[in-house]
Design a protein around this ligand. Sequence first.
Ligand SMILES: Cc1ncc(COP(=O)(O)O)c(C=O)c1O
Length: 468
Amino acid sequence: MDKAFTEFLEFYPAFRETRQLDALRESEYSRLDAQKHIYLDYTGGGLYADSQLRDHITLLRENVFGNPHSSNPTSLAMTNLVEKARQAVLEFFHAPPDEYVVIFTPNASGGLKLVGESYPFGADDHYLLTFDNHNSVNGIREFARSRGAKTTYVPLELPDMRVDKAKLAEYFKLARPGGNNLFAYPAQSNFSGVQHPLEWIEQARDMGWDVLLDGAAFVPTNRLDLSEWKPNFVPISFYKMFGYPTGVGCLLARKDSLTKLHRPWFAGGTITVASVQGDKYYLAEDEVAFEDGTLNYLSLPAIEIGLKHLRKIGIETIHERVCSLSGWLLNNLMVLHHSNGKPLIRFYGPLSSNRRGGTITMNFYDPHGQFFDHRQIEAEANKVMISLRTGCFCNPGGGELALGLSQTELIGCFTKPQDRLTLDDFRLCIDGKSSGAVRISVGLVSNFADVYQFVQFAKGFIDKNAKV
Ligand SMILES: Cc1ncc(COP(=O)(O)O)c(C=O)c1O
C-alpha cells in the first residue's frame, strides 16, 4: 500500500493539505480503525467525532433544561440554545437572516414534506423535477396530483447521468405565468454523485419557478453559500453532515416564499391563538408556523457543536479530500478487467471527478458479461468489514435509467394484479436485469487505506463467475 500511497500523492498533491483529517481520525474517530471498519457509506450517514458527544453530554449534564417556549428559567435556557442553533445554521450557510429562516424538522424528508403539503398547487400548476431525485422529492408529486397540478420529469442523459442544458431550458418554459410552479432537483445525486449546476436556481426562478434544492447529499462535503445562491427551499439532514445527532434536519426557506405556503393544519406550537368554540386559529409567523409540536430540543445544541466541528476543519478541506479519494477510486476501478479483456465494473455516472461528489455507483460483471447480484457483493463486503450500500438508494429514477429499465417494462410490472409488489416480485418481473447497484461513498474522515482496500476487494472478483 505504501507504494500506491506515494503514487497517489504524486497524482493528488493537494491531498497533503488535508492531512489534518488523518490526525483527526486517529484522535476523534479511533473506533473506526480499532474495530477495523472500512466505512464507505457517507452518503447514507456521516460519522461523529468523540468530542461532539463529549461536548453535548457535558452541556446536558451541567444544565437543567425544560421544554422551550415558556418563560421559566429552564425553558428560557433551552429556548436560548435552540435560537443559537438556528443562528449557527444560518451562519454556516452564509444565509442572510433577513432573507432566510431555519425550520427544524426530523430530517430532510420532513422538510420536503412541509413544502409538498403546503405548496399551493392548483389545477394547471406544475411540479417539475429531474429523474434524478430521492423518493422524498418524488413523493411531492402525490400532493401535486391530488390538487390537479401536472408533474413533469426532466430526463437524464447517459452515460454521465446529467441533464441536457438545452432540453432543460425547454422544460423551464412550461411554467404557467402567474401560476404556482415548483422545480425540484438535488444539488448532488445520491445515486450517481453528479453535481447538478447551482446556476439552474436563477435560471428557473427567472422563468417563473420556485426552486426546491435538495441539499442533503451535497452539503456534507461542499460549500453551499446562500448569500450567492438563492433557492426558495433547501432541505438537509444533519446526521449526513456530521453523524450526530440523528433525528434532526432543517428546511432553509426564503422568508418571502414561506408566505406563499399554506399549512394544511395547525398544531401545538404553530399558532398564536386557536379556539375550540370560536372555531378559528391564527398561525404564528415565519419558522414557528412550521415546527409542529415540541422540537427535538435536547438534540439541537448538538447541531451547533457539529457545525463548529465542520467549520474548524473547513468544508473546503473536506471537499478536497473527497475529490482526491474519489478521483483515485474511479481511476483505479475503471482499469480492472478480466483476463479475457472484459471490464469488471460498469459505472453509473461520470468517470472523472469534475462536477461530481464522492458517491460512486456501479455493478460488477463476470468474464461472460453476467452481472453479480448486488446482494452478493454486499455479502462479500460484509465479510471484510466494508460498509457499502446496495439497491437503488431511494432514487428510482436514477436506478431505472442506469439499469436500463424502460417505461413499458415498468408499467407492465406495476399493473400486476397483486395489491403489493415485493422486491422479489419486482426482480422476477424485470427478469434478467439487475434490480439494483452497489454504491460506495467517501466523506469527512475517509483515508487512503479505505479506498485502497476497496480496490483490493474489487480485484477479488476478477475472473470469477457470477451465480445465475
Ligand atoms: C439526496 C437526498 N435527499 C433526501 C434524502 C432524505 O434524507 P432523510 O432520509 O434524512 O430524510 C437523502 C437521504 O439519503 C438524500 O440522499
